[in-house]
Write a protein that binds this ligand. Structure first.
Ligand SMILES: [Ca+2]
Length: 428
């Protein structure tokens, strides 16, 4: 090692230690809520501009002290209704594995099969686009929200979406299909409709849809359901503002946890290790460790900066912004992020490909256009460290395989000249 490299290494170790030390000191000395905000302010804004030139390239290099990644992008413009997407809140789409390949399903219901190199295999026609159109989603709010495949029969897929009950009422529902093989030309989705008409809500004027689905066990799914700004997150008769355990047959369901605002990410390694990301209102975005029957506080308590937002619904200004979740008997988030990052998918990574991320949480974000690599303690109930990796696109969804990380990338947040892309991150 040259002297110059040695000096660089020493400088790096010193600066890392100083940052960690400062963070530990700040956690120790200030009340917990302020420490969240200071900590996040310290790391959130510093490199947002660095990768701005990336949007028009197809191959991107991400280098930092620990990694050297490549991000390959492939345009999805052909398969997403870009104008609709751009003018609304319709998500670009979601990803799932299918054999060695990947299924991408767009927010308006187109299904495309890609291989591991992001090469298009084919578009699969289905009744999904028709079903989505029939829901007459204003602004794309009540649209398709996730796809997952069955843990037992890997040819069965479930899709979460918002279903129109009547002229101006919607509710969450699930579609199910079985894709027999790659050569299939048309697939039919069946509506499982697990939630009764008492769960239909009138004109929900928000984007708080949740909708992330995972397999809980061989018979049940877990789904996140947003609160739609309806103040139902503490109501035990309502599915909204909850994580819900649903039978895969659609026969029945039960509330798994409550007090959520807009949980958009969900991951489970086993029944003791379930984590969910959640959008706060003007900050206060949370990562929560989900424990059955626990209450996560919304809308009674939040670390968001609610009172300062003139757009806020008056009924939500009653929440306690000066108290902690713990003060009021609710489950504390692992972290609350202010300013907002707009968290999307989360994954407790157990693979080998990204060896430095093993047993860490990967959390993607829309607004912050970044991945957050979150190191927990041995009990998985406190955060030891967060690393932010700026990707320069809104990340709607991702999955990780032993070949790399696959992402759905949306246009940029305020300056949306980028089209939706499929992305693949590999180690250099
Ligand atoms: Ca909370």
């Amino acid at each position: 090692m040259t002297n110059f490299k040695k000096i660089l290494l020493i400088l790096f170790i010193l600066s890392t230690s100083l940052i960690s030390f400062t963070f530990i000191i700040s956690l120790a000395k200030v009340p917990i809520r302020q420490s969240y905000i200071d900590f996040v302010n310290n790391f959130i804004n510093k490199d947002d501009q660095v990768l701005d030139h990336y949007s028009d390239t197809q191959k991107i290099i991400i280098n930092n002290q620990l990694y050297s990644f490549q991000l390959h992008k492939k345009s999805l413009q052909e398969f997403t209704n870009y104008n609709h997407y751009n003018a609304s809140r319709l998500p670009a789409g979601y990803l799932e594995k299918f054999g060695e390949n990947f299924i991408f399903v767009s927010g308006d219901g187109k299904i495309v099969l890609f291989d591991k190199n992001l090469t298009l295999i084919k578009e699969i026609k289905s009744n999904l686009t028709k079903v989505m159109l029939e829901q007459k989603s204003p602004k794309g709010w009540y649209s398709l929200r996730d796809i997952t495949r069955d843990s037992e029969n890997k040819k069965i897929f479930y899709i979460s979406f918002y279903k129109r009950c009547d002229e101006n009422k919607w509710k969450m529902s699930f579609l199910k299909t079985e894709v027999k093989n790659f050569d299939v030309d048309f697939i039919d989705f069946v509506d499982l409709d697990p939630f009764g008409n008492e769960q239909c809500i009138s004109n929900p004027n928000s984007t708080h849809s949740g909708g992330r689905i995972i397999n809980f066990d061989k018979d049940n799914l877990l789904v996140t359901v947003g609160d739609w700004l309806m103040k139902l997150a503490q109501d035990d008769n309502s599915i909204y503002g909850k994580i819900i355990e649903v039978k895969k047959t659609g026969e029945n369901y039960k509330i798994f946890s409550k007090g959520h605002r807009n949980p958009q990410g969900l991951t489970m390694l086993n029944k003791e290790l379930i984590f969910s990301s959640e959008h706060g209102h003007v900050g206060g975005d949370e990562l929560n460790k989900i424990i059955k029957d626990n209450n996560y506080g919304w809308p009674i308590v939040s670390y968001s900066t609610l009172g300062q937002d003139p757009r806020l619904e008056p009924q939500l200004k009653t929440h306690n912004s000066d108290k902690t979740h713990d003060d009021l008997g609710f489950e504390e988030p692992l972290i609350a992020l202010t300013p907002a990052i707009g968290p999307s998918e989360v994954m407790l990574y157990s693979g080998d490909y990204f060896s430095l991320w093993k047993n860490k949480i990967i959390m993607s974000s829309l607004k912050a256009q970044s991945l957050f690599i979150i190191t927990l303690n041995e009990s998985f109930n406190k955060i030891n460290h967060i690393e932010k990796i700026h990707i320069a696109s809104r990340i709607r969804d991702f999955i990780v395989t032993e070949e790399g990380m696959y992402l759905v990338l949306e246009g940029r947040y305020q300056n949306q000249k980028d089209t939706p892309n499929l992305g693949k991150i590999t180690i250099e």
